[in-house]
Design a protein around this ligand. Structure first.
Ligand code: ASP
Length: 445
């Protein structure tokens, strides 16, 4: 049988009605054997996510204050879920176990340190997994036993061996998302949204031929629907294209979720729990459609450092010296378009923080340029598509669209992969630029 791993997001598991929907989807395919749940998400826009409440509980507890408010909200929510679904769930025992582990972590934390929030944060997925396993009559597998982190916090490849041994046998398995453990048993979570990564790890370890990622939207759109409400859905996108789009802010899937499945070429299918007939978007090793552009993504919040020096190209080590200034401050950079006598460095604002002036000073000191200037308020937009490699006129079309919209282009960057044209505009022009690029490519064959 061709096995399938299914991950369900927090909104899909927010209440009993949604969980019933999920149950139906799972039962509709006998090959949907590996089920990875998130913690319950929001039931309405003004509701709270269980994971957020767990972080609040941790924050209050480490201050030595009384966390009973978030604790009770969480306990009530799980108790209600189990009751509405008619499954066995011993709330008192579960929460007593959590209290005990938390107390122990607080007690044994080395002097002057606080335990991390990871243990508590992981309990949303853990408890939801217990309920779902009970509902489905499935085997519950605690990822703390299989997802192993190295001391440095990276995923230990032994994870795949541990999982594939544990996931043998018939029937369904429920594996909570979002966390694993160090060798000594301490829980560690992935970053927020990390159940997507668990799903990908399980898909690979279980030998699944497909990783279905069930969420509350029907896949990816060609661009952000908040900017272009009618943006078309993408049927297919490659791993690499998606990586480039999510780097620029497309956020349906955690961007690290691609790595575990990529080496085995396992497709990820983004599907909508509320509309299970919709095929959604498939993330695949290579695309069958030849359309040159698959998506457009942009985000604000970049700063550009412009360095100018006549005969820069004759000076050995000039680029290295500029970059070493950033390195000394522990800063990463995103793009580095160059001219004959100019180099621009584009950094994310959160990376630069308040140190812009200091960086300019240090570049002046180390590199003696003719001038250095700093410009913040830059938005970067990536127009992505593997097909653009063979297609003449993509750049012409893009720049014509921007010019026709009366937008001033601040910077252009195209990597050698020819899969991506990145432009920078002023923040205020972001929406108009994305809209005009979308219009230029949506119907282009
Ligand atoms: N529950 C976690 C979060 O809210 C992980 C996840 O949902 O993927 O970030």
């Amino acid at each position: 049988m061709s096995l399938v791993t299914c991950k369900f997001g927090g909104t899909s598991l927010a209440d009993a009605e949604n969980i019933r929907r999920v149950e139906k989807i799972i039962h509709a395919g006998a090959n949907r054997r590996f089920i990875v749940p998130s913690a319950p998400g929001k039931r309405a826009p003004d509701d709270r996510k269980i994971t957020d409440l767990l972080y609040a509980w941790h924050g209050i507890a480490v201050q030595g204050l009384d966390p009973s408010e978030p604790r009770e909200l969480i306990a009530d929510r799980f108790e209600g879920l189990a009751r509405d679904l008619g499954v066995r769930f011993d709330t008192t025992a579960h929460f007593a176990a959590i209290d005990a582990s938390l107390a122990k972590a607080l007690e044994t934390a080395p002097d002057g340190t606080r335990p991390t929030a990871d243990f508590l944060a992981s309990r949303g997925e853990f408890l939801n997994g217990c309920i779902l396993a009970e509902l489905l009559g499935a085997t519950f597998v605690d990822p703390a036993e299989c997802i192993r982190f190295t001391v440095g916090g990276d995923l230990d490849p032994v994870t795949y061996e541990l999982f594939s041994k544990r996931l043998q046998g018939n029937g369904r398995f429920v594996i909570p998302g979002f966390y694993g453990a160090y060798e000594d048993g301490r829980i560690k979570t992935f970053s927020r949204g990390g159940s997507d990564i668990t799903g990908a790890i399980v898909a690979r370890a279980s030998g699944s031929v497909l990783y279905e990622n069930w969420t509350d939207v029907s896949g990816f759109r060609m661009t952000d629907p908040r900017i272009v409400p009618e943006a078309k859905r993408m049927d297919e996108v490659t791993y690499q294209e998606l990586r480039e789009l999510s780097y620029m802010g497309a956020t349906v899937l955690h961007d690290e979720a691609i790595y575990p499945v990529r080496s085995d070429g396992i497709p990820i299918q983004i599907r909508n729990t509320m509309d299970p007939e919709d095929p959604g978007t498939r993330i695949v090793p290579s695309r069958t459609s030849t359309h040159p552009v698959c998506g457009i993504a942009g985000r604000k919040g970049f700063t550009m450092i412009n360095v100018q020096k006549t005969f820069m190209n004759h000076e050995r080590g000039f680029g290295r010296r500029i970059l070493s200034v950033l390195e000394e401050h522990g800063m990463g950079w995103e793009h580095m378009p160059t001219g004959i006598d100019t180099i621009s460095l584009i950094l994310r604002d959160e990376e630069l923080g308040p140190l812009g002036g200091k960086i300019v000073e240090d570049i002046e000191r180390h590199c003696c340029p003719d001038s250095v200037s700093l410009q913040s308020g830059i938005a970067m937009i990536a127009t992505v598509g593997q097909g653009m490699h063979h297609h003449i006129g993509v750049a012409a079309r893009l720049f014509t669209a921007i010019a026709n919209a009366g937008i001033n282009l601040r910077v252009i960057d195209q990597g050698s992969s020819e899969m991506n044209i990145i432009i920078g505009v002023e923040d205020k022009d972001l929406h108009a630029a994305v809209r005009s690029i979308y219009d230029a490519f949506a119907e282009w064959e």
